[in-house]
Each structure stands twice: as structure tokens, then as C-alpha cells.
Design a protein around this ligand. Structure first.
Ligand code: ARG
Length: 580
């Protein structure tokens, strides 16, 4: 089903051409200009015509009047009026109850989707934790934004490849090996898993750099030892390679648990180590093209003309760096997946890194440089405390999830003790609450986590959204038992129309979320749907409505809400449950 804004915009484009525009404006631009008025007395959509008055050389009032006339008779439009230079549009209730509602019910699982991305491939690099370092709440952003963008693109017909670019190579392994040999043993790691690895990692960092608070003096010799162990690893030392693989396996098993709670899977786990033998060719190409400059022994690409500090390619000792690996990985991915777009989701702290190496790829003459997209997000703190990685006072993602699940279990034990499969429901609600809270924010904004707010069953939260979905399921179950058919549909109450108007916006919201790489568009939309449905639910009797036709209409509206929420939840990693 075409979205309503688009239908109206196409007609408006004709009208604007008729008013003497040199060429018809793009319908998508016009659709973007259509606003939702703050007060629905002003109609359902409004076009501010002063924005057109320059090109059309007419007064906004005149334009609004002419466009109002041009919309007459267009099916979705009930009324179009010119008011003070605005074109105010009220949607037709027949159209809403007929075409829109029908469209949602017929489309079902595909309502809101499109084929726009058909035949195109998108590669998404997200989550990508650094092995052996803690998987902390700073990773929540890349993990859920990345997965959400994948789901959104799939919903628009793109073929998506989700890549977990594990940080499985680098000097941190040298440190970990030293720590393990010094303080660890096999049993200890087998028992303690990743937590023990992280503990060792924190210990070695404290020992190398010293920790005044804890009275630990700095021991630079340990730093040298770590570099030596990493060198051995690079040279293929059997013992170190075995340790390295083991550390990765332990870490992966742990990440998998978190991914499972979120319903996330990856198509590839090729991490940084995979690109070791793919970097020399790119370094060689840079050298041949004369792009490499030696600076104090290191090899760099000068980016001064582009207003950026140089991109580091090789250290003085010839070892490669983070950008070097990203360049080699991008080339490999292009050759392997022939992507039309490659999306990287990381914290905004890495924005410069991405801008730099994207530029280097461009300078290298790769024609696909414009297909690389960096999607940054803001910092996460808990009740104000920032999260550091190396010092040990970090909040682990799994602990955050665990805390949420425990609290939900307690609430459920009180509210609904007889529910089936209580543990699974508590997990879905607890994890969902955190994801929902996080994804309600515009991604670039810094966010402070307040657990109470995330878990508030009566607030604008995940539990509230999931509860609303379960409510639609309950109504539909009862409707089925009572044998109500959803036929003879007609709108009789304002809350019905209001709900339908919100449901009608779903396709447009999906497009906006994709265009801006912004899952929060969907999260907020879900809240709009929940609010409209609950208002309808409280104000309109459904199964006890006065006659068959009203009953049928309301059951159909409930079903349509169920379809929209059911389609929207997975787009933001939120699970749907029939009962809570
Ligand atoms: N492992 C990195 C980190 O945790 C993120 C990797 C992001 N992806 C990339 N292609 N650089 O900071």
C-alpha cells in the first residue's frame, strides 16, 4: 500500500506544476514538507505554502487556495482548506476505514515493508566487541542500533549481511597472555569464564600503568613483556596461538548468551585477525600511488587538505593499525559481497577514525567510497557515572540485563503469578525494557540510564508497549471465541479514526527510520500506536459494542493494531508476547 503522504504529494506536485513551477517538484520532497499539525482541529496534515512562494512567485495564501482546489476528489482527502498560507488537509474517514484498514489487514506481515531495496545488498558492521575486554553497556548502542538497522533494511527488501568484526587481534592479547601466565591457570579460566579473563585484563593494566588509589606501583617491564608475547603470537608461536583461540572461544560463548537474549544473530564473525594477510596489498597500493608519507618513522596518509589529522597506516616498527585493517576489510567486503552500502555502527568517539579512512579509500581511487556510511551514537552512563573500559568500574551488559530481568520477575510474581513460562516472559520484558529505553533516544544524544524509568510498566516503556500488544491479542482471542467477523466496517467514534490515522503512518515511519539511520523513529511511533490504541480501548466498547457492525469495526481495528505492533517490534529488537 502506498503511503498517504506520498499519494497526496504526487497530486500536489501536479498542482504546483500547473501553478507555473518550471518543473514538477519531487513528490518525496513534498511528502517531507507535509507536517502533522499540533492540533487535529487544524486537520491531519498541513503544507506550509510560504516555502513554495519564492519559486512560484505567488503569495502563500494564493498557493494554498489553488492547491486545496487541486486536491478535491482525491480519495484519501476528506477536506482540503487554505488557512493563512497553510493548506490543511483532513483525511477521509471512508478512505481510512476502507482502503487503509483493509490494506493493513490484507498486507498483514508485510504491512509497512517495501521492495525498494530489492536486488541491493547492505553490509552492516556492528557490535564488534574487543575480545577479552568487558562487554559493557557502551556496546549496547552498536549492538541494538546495528541490528535494528539490519531489520529495517531487510523490511525494505535489501539483502543484508550482519558482520561482527570482533576485536580479536592486538596488543591486548599480549597483556592477557602475560597476566594468564603470571596469575592464571586453566581451571581458573574454565570456571570463571570471561569474567576471569576480564579480571586478569584489569589486573595487568593496573600493574603496567600503576594504580594510585589501590597503591599499585607502575611496572613498565610488564608492558615490555606484553609486547613480546604479542610479537610471539604474530610470529605464530603455538602456545600463544592456542591461548589466543581459547580466549576468543570463551568470549564468544559469553557474547552469544547476550545476543540470544536480544534475538540477534550474525552472518559473519570475521574479526580483525582475519585481515592480517590482506593488509600488505593495500599498504603496497598506497605506497605505489605515492600516498604514503614517512613521518617520524611511521607511515601516514596526509589528510591536511581535507581538514583532518593524518591517517596512520604503519607504526614505526612496521606494525599495522586500526585504520589499516578497516581499509583492508572494506576492500575484502566489497569483493566478497559486492555491497551497495556498507554501514558501520560505533560510538561517536570513532567518527574521526571513520572520516579519515573513508577519505583514504577515496584517495586510493576505489569508486565505491561513497557507499561507506558511518552511523555514530552518543555515550551511555548509568545514573551519571561514565563507563571506563580498563579500570574495572564498568557496568557489564549482562549484569544490566540480569538486574532488569530480576526486577521484572518480582513485579510479575506480584501482578500475574500464574503466567505460563514466567522465566521466558521476564527475560523478554526485562531485556526489552532496556533496549526500548535505549532506542527511544535519538542515537546521537548521550543517554543516562535510569532503571526505574526503563521498567515503569505505566510509563512510555518497553513493558508498556509489550503489554499493549498482549492486550490486542487478548481482545482477538475473545473475539474469536465470540465469533465476531470483521466485516461491514465504518467509523463511528473519534478514537477509532484517531487510531487509524496513527496506524496509517507506519510505512512512512519505516522509510524515515531508514533514511536517517534512526531506530528511535520506530520506538517513538510504537508509543504513538500504544497511546492511540489504549485510548480507543478505554473509550470504545469492543466486544460489547452496540451492534454487529460497530463490533466488527472495532475488532478489525484491534487486529490492525496487532499487525502494526507485531511488525514494528522486531525492527527494534523487541519481542512480542501474546500474554504478559
Ligand atoms: N572493536 C571496535 C571497538 O570496540 C569496534 C569496531 C567497529 N568496526 C570497525 N569496522 N572499525 O571499539
Amino acid at each position: 500500500m502506498k503511503n498517504i503522504k506520498k499519494l497526496i504529494a504526487e497530486k500536489l506536485a501536479e498542482g504546483i506544476l500547473a501553478l507555473g513551477a518550471p518543473e514538477a517538484p519531487a513528490a518525496t520532497d513534498l511528502a517531507a514538507m507535509l507536517e502533522y499539525p499540533p492540533d487535529d482541529k487544524m486537520g491531519d496534515l498541513a503544507l506550509p505554502c510560504f516555502k513554495l512562494s519564492r519559486t512560484l512567485r505567488r503569495a502563500p495564501v494564493q498557493i494554498a487556495a489553488a492547491l486545496a482546489a487541486c486536491l478535491a476528489g482525491l480519495a484519501p482527502v476528506g477536506r482540503a482548506e487554505a488557512v493563512n498560507g497553510y493548506l490543511n488537509i483532513t483525511l477521509s474517514e471512508e478512505y481510512l476505514a476502507g482502503t487503509v484498514l483493509d490494506g493493513i489487514l490484507t498486507a498483514g506481515k508485510s504491512y509497512g515493508s517495501s521492495e525498494e531495496g530489492k536486488g541491493k545488498r547492505v553490509v552492516l558492521d556492528y557490535s564488534s566487541p574487543n575480545v577479552a575486554k568487558p562487554f559493557h553497556i557502551g556496546h549496547l548502542g552498536t549492538t541494538v542500533i546495528g541490528h535494528s538497522l539490519k531489520k529495517l533494511h531487510e523490511f525494505h527488501g535489501y539483502e543484508c549481511v550482519g558482520i561482527n568484526y570482533l576485536g580479536d587481534w592486538g596488543t591486548q592479547f599480549g597483556k592477557l597472555i602475560v597476566a594468564y601466565k603470571k596469575w592464571g591457570n586453566k581451571e581458573m579460566i574454565e570456571e570463571g569464564g570471561i569474567d576471569k579473563l576480564v579480571e586478569l585484563y584489569v589486573m595487568i593494566n593496573n600493574a603496567i600503568s600503576g594504580n594510585e588509589e589501590k597503591g599499585i606501583p607502575a611496572d613498565p617491564a610488564l608492558g615490555d613483556a606484553a609486547r613480546a608475547e604479542f610479537k610471539k603470537l604474530e610470529l605464530g608461536d603455538e602456545e600463544n596461538l592456542a591461548l589466543w583461540r581459547w580466549f576468543i572461544d570463551i568470549s564468544l560463548a559469553e557474547y552469544e548468551k547476550t545476543y540470544k537474549q536480544l534475538g540477534i544473530t550474525f552472518d559473519s564473525y570475521k574479526g580483525e585477525s582475519f585481515y592480517t594477510d590482506k593488509m600488505p596489498a593495500q599498504v603496497e597500493k598506497l605506497r605505489e600511488m605515492g600516498l604514503l608519507k614517512i613521518d617520524d618513522g611511521a607511515s601516514i596518509v596526509e589528510l591536511e587538505p581535507y581538514g583532518m589529522p593524518p591517517c596512520l597506516i604503519l607504526k614505526r616498527d612496521g606494525s599495522t593499525l586500526y585504520p589499516t585493517r578497516d581499509i583492508a576489510a572494506a576492500v575484502y567486503r566489497k569483493e566478497t559481497y559486492h555491497f551497495d552500502k556498507a554501514i558501520y555502527v560505533t560510538s561517536a568517539g570513532q567518527s574521526l577514525h571513520f572520516a579519515q579512512w573513508f577519505k583514504v579509500v577515496e584517495l586510493m581511487g576505489y569508486p565505491w567510497f561513497g557507499e561507506l556510511v558511518h552511523v555514530p551514537y552518543g555515550t551511555v552512563s548509568i545514573n551519571g557515572a561514565k563507563l571506563a573500559t580498563r579500570t574495572g568500574n564498568v557496568v557489564l551488559l549482562k549484569d544490566l540485563f540480569r538486574a532488569a530481568i530480576e526486577e521484572v520477575s518480582a513485579i510479575m510474581a506480584e501482578k500475574n503469578p500464574d503466567i505460563d513460562d514466567a522465566a521466558a516472559v521476564a527475560e523478554a520484558v526485562g531485556v526489552g525494557a532496556i533496549v526500548f529505553y535505549y532506542l527511544s533516544n535519538s542515537r546521537i544524544k548521550d543517554i543516562n540510564f535510569v532503571m526505574e524509568d526503563a521498567l515503569n510498566f505505566d510509563g512510555n516503556t518497553g513493558p508498556y508497549a509489550q503489554y499493549t500488544y498482549a492486550r490486542t491479542c487478548a481482545v482477538l482471542r475473545r473475539a474469536e471465541e465470540a465469533g465476531v467477523a470483521d466485516a461491514q466496517i465504518a467509523i463511528t467514534a473519534p478514537d477509532e479514526a484517531a487510531l487509524l490515522k496513527v496506524l496509517a503512518r507506519f510505512p512512512e515511519k519505516v522509510s524515515a527510520a531508514i533514511a536517517d539511520y534512526e531506530p528511535s523513529v520506530i520506538t517513538r511511533y510504537i508509543l504513538d500506536v500504544a497511546a492511540a490504541f489504549n485510548r480507543f480501548y478505554h473509550n470504545c466498547a469492543i466486544l460489547s459494542a452496540e451492534n454487529e457492525s460497530v463490533r466488527a469495526t472495532r475488532v478489525a481495528l484491534t487486529r490492525a493494531t496487532n499487525v502494526v505492533l507485531g511488525n514494528a517490534f522486531p525492527l527494534i529488537c523487541l519481542k512480542t508476547m501474546e500474554k504478559i
